[in-house]
Design a protein around this ligand. Structure first.
Ligand code: DO4
Ligand code: MG
Length: 284
């Protein structure tokens, strides 16, 4: 979705071709509209987009160079300690290994409230580091897009976090996680068909500082200890979600302990079959 002089556009990408779905005879204005039609017809979002392509305008690829947030979910939730590497990092920063070992092996996952639309940024916008924290990191995560409780697609998410604040005491988690510009989502929603197996995707993150690479790391979602379906099933238990929700599935790329994110850094997160989410960093 991107803003133009004529208003919002909903774009569908098919290979190298990009279509403006808002120009189709049966116009849809947002990913929410697309998911709504798909749910009504009991088909996937790809099927609906495919039916609209025939009479939708084919765009010049330049028109999508600076896309806005592809999905504005009322709520973003996040799972934590879903990869062993995250469990190890949390154990080290808190000095309380039992808490994190427990949640890694227990049946119930850690799921926490992450962000509202007002705290979420899109591609090209700056994510925030808290002014009262000295140790901050981006957390590159596979995001699951949930419409009326069902998985309708995947996106890239950044669960920006204060290791400083969570490390002082795990009960400070909401302050370490929820603040201005604490979350980024984008650059697109990839359908389940496009993604294939969500637990077999390459994921990488690069952080540039002053024109140099300050950190790079990569991993695979095959190390994710829980399936997206399991995480969504816990999220939706006794918890009536809004129409559209994003659930981040946890981080598995953790910069070394001496690294902290700074104002002016540039963070690129790439997930195979989904896309690359790029954000600057500002202090909030
Ligand atoms: O308990 C801390 C949350 C960890 C987290 O956000 C993650 O593993 O991604
Ligand atoms: Mg996280």
């Amino acid at each position: 979705r991107t803003e133009t002089a004529t208003g919002p556009l909903l774009l569908a990408r098919e290979g190298r071709k990009v279509y403006d779905l808002t120009t189709a005879r049966r116009s849809v204005e947002s990913f929410r509209d697309l998911a709504r039609v798909a749910a009504t017809l009991e088909v996937g979002v790809d099927e609906v987009a495919g039916r609209l392509l025939d009479d939708a305008a084919l765009l010049d690829d330049d028109a999508v160079s600076d896309p806005d947030r592809p999905v504005v979910a009322e709520e973003v939730w996040a799972a934590g300690v879903t990869y062993e590497v995250s469990s190890d990092a949390r154990e080290a920063e808190s000095g309380r290994p039992e808490i994190y070992q427990d949640v890694f092996t227990n049946e119930r996952p850690e799921i926490f409230f992450k962000a509202t639309p007002s705290r979420t940024v899109g591609p090209g916008e700056a994510v925030g580091v808290r002014g009262d924290s000295d140790w901050d990191v981006p957390e590159p995560e596979l995001g699951v897009v949930v419409y009326e409780g069902e998985i309708v697609g995947y996106t890239v998410g950044n669960d920006v976090s204060s290791r400083d604040i969570e490390g002082q005491n795990p009960l400070y988690l909401p302050q370490a996680k929820v603040y201005d510009r604490c979350c980024s989502v984008g650059p697109c929603v990839a359908s389940p068909e496009t993604v294939g197996d969500p637990r077999d995707l390459e994921l990488s993150m690069t952080i540039e500082r002053d024109g140099e690479t300050a950190f790079e790391g990569s991993t695979s979602t095959s190390n994710l200890a829980r399936s997206p379906e399991e995480l969504v099933s816990y999220l939706t238990r006794h918890n009536d979600l809004p129409e559209l929700t994003v659930l981040l599935t946890g981080t598995s790329v953790v910069p070394p302990e001496e690294f902290t994110l700074r104002e002016g850094d540039a963070v690129d997160i790439d997930i195979e079959n989904v896309g690359t989410l790029s954000n600057g960093v500002t202090q909030v």
